[in-house]
Design a protein around this ligand. Sequence first.
Ligand code: IMP
Ligand code: MG
Length: 416
Amino acid sequence: MLTFLLILVILIGNLVTRGVMRYPFTEKQISSLLDEERCKSPDIVVGLQWGDEGKGKITNALADDYQWIVRYQGGSNAGHTVYIDGEKFVTHSIPTGILNPNCKVVITHGCVVNIPEIIEEVKLLEKNGISFENRLYLSENAHLITPEHLKEDKSNQVKFGSTGKGIGPAYRDKIYRAGLRVKDYPQGIDEDKIIVTDTRKLLRDAIYKGDRVLFEGAQAVMLDIEMGTYPHVTSSPCIASYAPAGSGLPLSFFKYSSVVGVAKAYTTRIGTGPFPSEIKNKRIAKNIQFTGKEYGATTGRLRKVGWLDIPQLKYACEVNGVSSIALTKLDIFSEVDYEIKIATEYKVNGKWTTDYCDEPESIRYESFSAWPEITETDWDGLPDNLKKYVDFIEDSINVEISMLGTGQNRNQLLYL
Ligand code: IMP
Ligand code: MG
């Protein structure tokens, strides 16, 4: 009789708990949620060169399919420029998803924040008609950039050509366990507009609920503290695999994530450090800088320009696990009067290779002819020379190119 009662209690207990899922979910439960598409893996947009590839534009174009856009590293050193109907918007600390009216945006603990600067950014965007009603969430654990950090970074700016935004000193203090966090911020933050909260829980619940989340990377792999051209890098990890750690979401959530890597049709770099495929011809470099508006959105500095670089891009795709590439600024080579080049191989220790290194002995290039102005909006109608250029890149790195940027406006984007 006693055994029978015991079995009955266990059976009823099982029935009660089976239907109810409690945090933390088990690996199996997460998997079944992902498979049922109730709980979706977040996707990630990352830069594949030295930053300024047009991540803002790509994020903005993709964002309508997501409820949450998340910054997981860096700070106001970023400058994301987006043109909507000819109007220019620049964001620094705030994710560009703020420009998509249906998105909520999150700045996680992986970021460093300069509060007065974020308040200014909010004001400026509001002036341009952007609403901040229940839309901007800031992690209480994000580290603060203090006036001392700013002073120090500005006086030391020459060393790595930093943006002078206090990023390095703020991350240094974080790592040295001497940092201050948003929860330590002395003056009040207008919580009507900047909602300070536990963004880990916020995103966890959003994903459990089935909301779609898009992580928006800043800077890029070659500026990544771990994987970039150290020490000429920024002070945070910029690659896709930092999205889980920088937000506190478990790896199991990322089972079906797509990583959209953004690359320009050429390369640019601000600041100091290795830049193997830099264009030595001053006339060509100037032409690209001018037509491509290659000066920093944050600092106004002129960017150095280089040819698209296969060993570099291959490295970037490997490190980020890129699912597909958005190739931007193809219009910059429309109707140019010079040959366009792509770096295809590096000579290292006397041998030719497609593996990236910071200082190859020499570089092999392939030449391409320019194409006419791009007016068509589907692949078949595109100029043959442009198609050759895109196919060559795709074949060389064996990663699908899924979007082409053909002009600065948000609608000048071709989906392949
Ligand atoms: P920091 O991030 O300000 O410390 O600067 C370190 C290096 O990263 C410098 O060479 C900067 O020019 C570069 N950098 C930082 N943020 C960006 C960006 O958003 N785009 C391009 N370069 C950047
Ligand atoms: Mg930028």
